[in-house]
Design a protein around this ligand. Structure first.
Ligand code: SF4
Length: 85
């Protein structure tokens, strides 16, 4: 049975899979607020919002990033072009 409250991007999300190894309580809080909180949680997650536009999100973006979605997209664009030049 699937749990519709869990973000459908969780299987490939570094935050969900515990990339913040030394920050277990922070990871747990992110999951409660964003990942396991249905549409309300996803709608607040910057990673989710970026991934819905780009089909991916830079690994270093946190769900509660202080940057706007537009700023995150601009940073990703600049970073990718820097790497491709
Ligand atoms: S951090 Fe965001 S994108 Fe990742 S699983 Fe949680 S809600 Fe989904």
């Amino acid at each position: 049975m699937t749990n519709n409250n869990i973000c459908e991007l969780s299987a490939k999300c570094p935050i969900y899979s515990g990339v913040l190894k030394s920050e277990e309580s922070l990871t747990s809080a992110y999951k409660t607020i964003y990942c396991n909180n249905g549409e309300e949680g996803k709608s607040k997650c910057k990673r989710y919002q970026v991934a819905k536009i780009m089909c991916r999100c830079a690994d270093n973006v946190l769900p509660n990033s202080y940057l706007s979605v537009k700023e995150i997209l601009e940073q990703m664009y600049l970073e990718e072009n820097k790497n491709n030049s």
